[in-house]
Ligand binder design. Structure first.
Ligand code: PMP
Length: 388
């Protein structure tokens, strides 16, 4: 059986991690994998999560299955943070294994509802979007999104490309803190997208994986919520990996906004059916931690304060980098964990080999890998590779 399989190239991120771990240089700089690091390069468990875990150990009496849709209380509490005061009866939500699980579930639902639907992805986007959408059997079309050399959003080009979208096509949008570019739409651009979506009958699939790490929990969701209010149907895939620091617990949620309460209920039944055939029940621990935090005013306050510290640190590293490297002034205007530097593959490889600086081969850097102690060395190493 297995002889029929093709060899697969090693995952680029794992290869990078392997090289990093085996690099003996003590001043190596890790700007690769997309995990938040503090000023000491650590990814600690958030205090609020630790407190919630202690509470769970004391109070949890059973680990029996919950339900295919997960923990309804978790979903409702998270919905208040993600969707705000949306018209809840037109929404249905389920708990998923991470944002990845939410996106895969979304792709399966889209395919079940309309196998002819095509999904529009910006170039570039999070690399896994392609695999997740394709795995469900959906056809992908790409539209321009970002010019790496000029560090600008190609909004007109995107709108022109989307003019050829068909009714029922899906357009994937990053709610905030775009991965890998850090470049988000302006409120005016979101409005223009909303007009196009309505005029052409498209379905927005919104990926919100970094809420709270750009401009704050409410601000990062604001444009998405305005869009959601203006469209009849939409899908929202959320991740708690970054903003709760619960990466390995695999916790996220998927909401569908339907054009009636009946249609929302029908979508819910289908989501549960699909989830049953993929993971049957989502993992609970991370959701229980998030639920415990959001259910307590005190823990919520502690969590929001910690999240705010992470966000402030990211933005101060952005400002410092822009100050140290004037060619990267745009990095200070961007948000979230990533920037896609105007570097080619050779430059990225050179920085790794000569300077022990690790970033993804397309030039994506994790801003959270910068620290007061390594930023000057990074800036100095970078300058010869930048134009202007
Ligand atoms: N969407 C985007 C844009 C991401 O960057 C990520 C994580 N890298 C995810 C979704 C999924 O995150 P997770 O499955 O770890 O919750």
């Amino acid at each position: 059986l297995f002889d029929a399989l093709d060899d697969q190239p090693l995952d680029a991120m794992l290869t990078l991690l392997h090289l990093l771990r085996n690099d003996p240089r003590s001043d190596k700089i890790d700007l690769g994998i997309g995990v938040y690091g503090d000023d000491n390069g650590c990814t600690p468990v958030m205090q609020a999560a630790k407190m919630a875990e202690r509470n769970l150990i004391e109070t949890q009496t059973s680990k029996a299955y919950l339900a295919a849709e997960g923990d309804a209380h978790f979903i409702n509490l998270l919905a208040q943070r993600v969707l705000g005061g949306a018209e809840v009866n037109r929404y249905c939500g389920v708990q998923t294994p991470g944002g990845t699980g939410a996106l895969r579930l979304a792709a399966e639902l889209i395919h079940k509802a309309n196998p002819e639907a095509r999904v529009w992805l910006g170039t570039p986007t999070w690399i896994n979007h392609h695999a997740l959408i394709r795995s469900a059997g959906l056809h992908i079309l790409e539209h321009p999104f970002f010019d790496q050399a000029t560090q600008s959003v190609l909004f007109d080009e995107m709108m022109t490309a989307l003019e050829s979208a068909r009714t029922g096509d899906v357009v994937l949008l990053h709610a905030c803190c775009h991965n890998p570019t850090g470049a988000d739409f302006t409120p005016a651009q979101w409005r223009t997208i909303g007009e196009l979506v309505n005029r052409k009958g498209l379905i927005p699939l919104i990926d919100i994986a970094y809420q709270g790490l750009g401009h704050g929990m409410e601000a990062d969701a604001a444009a998405m919520r305005t869009l959601l209010d203006s469209v009849p149907e939409a899908i929202i895939a959320a991740s708690c990996s970054k903003n709760f620091g619960l990466y390995r617990e695999r916790i996220g949620a998927l909401w569908v906004k339907a054009d009636s309460a009946t249609a929302a209920l029908r979508a819910r039944g289908n989501l549960i059916l699909i989830a049953r055939a993929m993971w049957s029940m989502p993992p609970d621990h991370g959701a229980a931690v998030v639920r415990t935090i959001l259910d307590s005013t005190d823990l919520t306050q502690i969590w929001l304060t910690e999240l705010e510290q992470m966000r402030t640190r990211l933005n101060s590293m952005r400002a410092e980098l822009a100050k140290a490297v004037p060619q990267l002034a745009s990095v200070a205007q961007q948000s979230g964990m990533f920037a896609l530097l105007p570097l080619n593959r050779e430059a990225v490889a050179d920085l790794r080999v000569k300077h022990g600086i690790y970033m993804v081969e397309n030039g994506r850097m994790n801003i959270a890998g910068l620290q007061a102690g390594n930023l000057p060395r990074f800036a100095a190493a970078l300058k010869p590779y930048l134009q202007g």
